[in-house]
Design a protein around this ligand. Structure first.
Ligand SMILES: [Zn+2]
Length: 429
């Protein structure tokens, strides 16, 4: 059933993020929000059909004639922007990692926790034991929570199963949850998250398993759009990553990678596979930035991980932006290093710790997030013809979104034309 016609009016600031250029935002264009004051947005059949001022919208003859059939939402001067595109999350896990949390506070490092049998291993045990239905319910709860925080499109990775059976279970749980959600889920196969314990010291054998057994099945069952690899010290080498990318390419899947969180990897050999995005990017060689800027690959920062791991250093966003690299922002929602699903929190960290302006942070988490998922034709901006994905924030200036950190100011989310029900009843007609 198609969503009912929807009219949002009296929008104080509508951030359209509309763009004349054909590619992701780079350099100065990252700050252009395309703001319309006292705006209105009309959505039909789950798509945006027109945007403009409230005054012009109410003069529209079609609207006058059909007003009774339309659900009207009076935004009361609030800010409306494209729903966030969170292009990096790991929602398929079973429990929070509270032991790691305490251990880290008392001084243990990420790798020491892993060596002591904590860390990702406890998430792997949880996912291997859980039923598909129970895991799907966990993912569903995450999706509902994301929508409450203004996210309407999310990339969701597997990666805590690390066996054929448990990775398929994770991807099927993601698919089941996605079918029940009004928003958009982009599934990613992350079989190469870490070498599982039973393959310890036999990483090449595990890489071969990922390439020759897992990727073909995932591709055949259309369970993922992307293949991701954790390419870093203690996970997979650049050569192993290239091998996995080649297998993905062979089976028609696009690629992305976790890169440069703990150690530097040169980008040249990986850019050949045209990854949609390279994520983290805390350590990057300056000499690689021009090639990255020339490519369509987006650099995705996940400052929630830096924050939660208590790091003093954050990705050097200004270096990337000034080099012309397309950058995006995501939560990296996961139980080990970034248990937040709040894009505004990631934006706030980007502003305070990475010196991105509020406008740059918003563009990075909307239109450039859409580019990082290769969905920019449908997502990431408020333009006629695009999917009706909108977030209403109870603020009167967009800069308040990253400013009020740690509280949720999102009062309504519209996903593919379907409004969530969090705006207080009196203001919805
Ligand atoms: Zn991640």
């Amino acid at each position: 059933m198609k969503p009912k016609p929807l009219l949002l009016l009296n929008i104080g600031q509508l951030l359209t993020l509309r763009s004349a250029t054909g590619g992701p935002r780079r350099g100065a264009s990252l700050s252009e929000l395309g703001i319309i004051l006292d705006a209105a947005v009309l959505c039909l059949g789950g798509k945006i059909v027109s945007i403009g001022t409230t005054k012009d919208a109410l003069r529209d003859p079609w609207l006058k004639k059909n007003r009774k059939k339309i659900i009207e939402i009076d935004c009361g001067g609030r800010v409306v922007l494209p729903g966030f595109v969170d292009s990096h999350t790991h929602p398929a896990f079973t429990h929070p990692r509270l032991v790691d949390f305490e251990k880290r506070i008392s001084g243990a490092r990420y790798e020491e926790i892993a060596e002591a049998g904590g860390g990702i291993r406890s998430s792997i045990d949880g996912v291997r034991r859980v039923s598909k239905g129970a895991l799907a319910r966990k993912v569903s709860a995450v999706l509902a929570d994301l929508a409450c925080h203004g996210t309407t499109t999310v990339e969701a990775k597997s990666g805590y199963g690390l066996s054929l059976v448990s990775e398929l279970k994770s991807l099927e749980a993601i698919r089941a949850a996605a079918c029940e959600w009004a928003g958009t889920v982009v599934p990613t196969f992350l079989g190469a998250h870490v070498v599982p314990p039973e393959y310890r010291k036999r990483s090449q054998e595990y890489v071969d398993l990922v390439c020759s057994e897992m990727i073909p099945v995932v591709a055949k069952r259309k369970l993922a759009q992307f293949v991701d690899v954790f390419c870093d010290r203690g996970a997979f080498s650049a050569a192993e990553t290239a091998q996995i990318f080649a297998a993905a390419e062979e089976h028609g899947l696009a690629v992305r990678a976790h890169l440069g969180q703990l150690s530097e990897t040169r980008l040249g050999p990986l850019l050949r596979y045209r990854p949609a995005s390279l994520d983290h990017m805390d350590q990057v060689n300056d000499e690689d930035l021009p090639a990255l800027a020339q490519s369509d690959t987006v650099a995705t920062f996940v400052p929630g991980a830096n924050y939660f791991l208590g790091l003093a250093k954050y990705p050097e966003a200004r270096r990337f932006i000034e080099s012309g690299v397309a950058v995006s922002l995501a939560t990296d929602y996961n139980p080990g290093s970034s248990p937040t699903l709040s894009v505004p929190m990631a934006m706030s960290l980007a502003c305070t710790h990475m010196k991105m302006s509020p406008a740059e942070a918003i563009a990075a988490a909307t239109i450039n997030g859409a580019w990082a998922l290769r969905l920019a034709r449908r997502k990431g901006s408020v333009e006629a013809g695009k999917d009706a994905d909108l977030a209403v924030f109870d603020v009167s200036d967009y800069r308040e979104i990253p400013y009020w950190f740690g509280t949720n100011r999102c009062v309504l989310t519209i996903m593919n034309g379907v409004p969530s029900d969090s705006l207080s009843g009196g203001e919805r007609k």
